[in-house]
Design a protein around this ligand. Sequence first.
Ligand SMILES: *Cc1c(COP(=O)(O)O)cnc(C)c1O
Length: 245
Amino acid sequence: MSPGSAETEARLEQLRDNLGGVHARIARGCAEAGRDPAGVTLVVVTKYFPASDVLLLHRLGVRHFGENRDQEAGEKFREVRQALSDAGRPELTLHFIGQLQTNKAAHVAGYADVVESVDRGKLVTALAKGAHAVDRPLQVLLQVSLDGATTRGGVLPENAPSLADAVAAQGLLDLRGVMAVAPLGADPDEAFARLREVADGIRARYPQADWISAGMSGDLEAGLRHGATHLRVGTAILGSRPSLL
Ligand SMILES: *Cc1c(COP(=O)(O)O)cnc(C)c1O
């Protein structure tokens, strides 16, 4: 899409409308939960969508973006950051939110600002190594599994405290809190209430670890009811993702 074309303008208006709808849901959800919307960060999940959409969202004021695949994220955001810097526009914060193979961790540490999906000790070591290689600090969230299994990623709640210790022991890794996805078919309120207990336990030992990343397009209100500081929203803003890239 070329800037200024009718197609680009139409996409910009669509994204503006969708973003407005999500901000309205956040405002309503915060009012119902007696919370200040200023305490909630919207992370727009742009996986499967092109760099051009990221740049349009940035024009609309979005500064936090989420991606879940190393290769796609690395390429897309190199292009995005170059375009922003050429235009003298403000920087953005990139959150890596996907399951991460250990052998890709160092690469991700080279371009992500936050990794929300840390779920095992080996990944902690590999991310720390990558952060040292580029001499760049990395903010880390522990992904907690709320379905009693670790097949879809996430550390079991009972193992989260020792994983927190492992992150905290690494100089360039900054432990900021927890993240979770509500299990398919589960009640998101129950899931996020459990996440909050895990978050409270970790924050009791590490006071700076006060982020809770919970809530997506379908369940952001439940996230807000249970203390989410970060929402990860894709579909409600960008539309449905293609099933294959
Ligand atoms: C894709 C994804 C999201 C966004 O989901 P939507 O339902 O499109 O809002 C949030 N979190 C994670 C971990 C994801 O992979």
